[in-house]
Ligand binder design. Structure first.
Ligand code: NAP
Length: 290
């Protein structure tokens, strides 16, 4: 039977470290980090995430500025708006709430955010830093996944890691970060599923990270005995929230497994704040004469 990998206790520890770092920033540079979030139109999905961001910002005494733009905002108007926040010296980090209205292509936006203010780690410059193993600001979800794996104390060197899903926000950055730890990585995607090879890959995973958004796509019996299973998926089934992995069966076989909800989710917003603190340090290092 697996050990449950819960996000909240790890998030609490990181939160204490962040409080200390924020105090140090205040003493050293007389500044507190400010997070500016942009939302285009009202959205119930982002409202939940926004609430947890606000709560954590308050706990950490980080200034939280909300910018709500009309649902009719065009892509170029949004880019102009971001440009103004890039120039605002009181803004430390810029966060774009997703989803955006369908007339805006969300993939076109990250490049317009100042890489030093890109608290979601999606600017190509920050993505590139990850490629060179020098990442300081990275995808919040990918960082959350790595913290959960780290908490097991398992050495990743040479381990078989299988990542299911290859999105820019989760699957690809997780693959890079695991590769950077010398895990042997396999990244599965829609074509893997279509060829029927998903079980073959999943069965040899010592580390399994699943970020697809399809409930039960990973059958519990595919999970290797003792594997670390990180389920990133969030799916609403009836009135329940479930992950992508068949939890009960996987729980019997895995060494460690994240619950959904309560695994990756609580850590993601903490990683956002860690990115904000990192952004503040990078900006101050740039300005500091030393
Ligand atoms: P996404 O952009 O839709 O990506 C899903 C990925 O799954 C794609 O790479 C897709 O491949 C792949 N896929 C689809 N069907 C497949 C199949 N049958 N076999 C193998 N791969 C398949 O989603 P995302 O943003 O990465 O999010 C994934 C899930 O994680 C969602 O449930 C989301 O809600 C959740 N999530 C949770 C957090 C958190 O903090 N806990 C954060 C972010 C996301 P193709 O692109 O080739 O179709």
């Amino acid at each position: 039977m697996a050990k449950l990998l819960e996000g909240r206790p790890i998030a609490e520890k990181i939160k204490e470290q962040l409080k200390e770092e924020i105090e140090n920033l205040q003493v050293k540079f007389k500044t507190m980090p400010t997070l500016a979030t942009i939302q285009v139109g009202e959205n119930s999905q982002s409202a939940i995430y926004l609430k947890s961001q606000k709560k954590l910002a308050k706990d950490l005494r980080v200034e939280f500025r909300e910018h709500l733009l009309s649902a009719a905002t065009t892509e170029s108007e949004l880019i102009d708006y971001i440009g103004k926040l890039n120039q605002d010296k009181f803004v430390t980090g810029i966060l774009l709430q997703l989803p955006l209205p369908s007339h805006i292509n969300s993939k076109n936006i990250p490049i317009h955010i100042d890489p030093l203010k890109d608290v979601e780690g999606m600017h190509p410059e920050n993505v590139g830093q990850a490629l060179f193993g020098k990442m300081r600001i990275g995808s919040c979800t990918a960082l959350a996944v790595m913290e959960l794996i780290k908490s097991t104390g398992v050495d990743l060197y040479g381990k078989e890691a299988v990542i299911v899903g290859h999105s820019e926000i989760v699957g690809k950055p997780v693959s890079l970060l695991l590769l950077d730890k010398f895990a042997t990585t396999t990244t599965c995607h829609i074509a893997t599923g279509q060829r029927g090879y998903l079980p073959t890959h999943v069965k040899r995973a010592e580390i399994l990270v699943v970020a697809v958004g399809k409930p039960g796509i990973i059958q519990g019996e595919w999970v290797q005995e003792g594997a670390i299973v990180i389920d990133v998926g969030i799916n609403k089934v009836g009135d329940k929230i479930v992950g992508d992995v068949e939890f009960e069966k996987a729980f019997e076989r895995a060494g460690y497994i994240t619950p959904v909800p309560g695994g990756v989710g609580p850590l993601t917003v903490t990683m956002l704040m860690r990115n904000l603190v990192e952004a503040a340090k990078l900006q101050q290092e740039g300005l500091s004469p030393s």
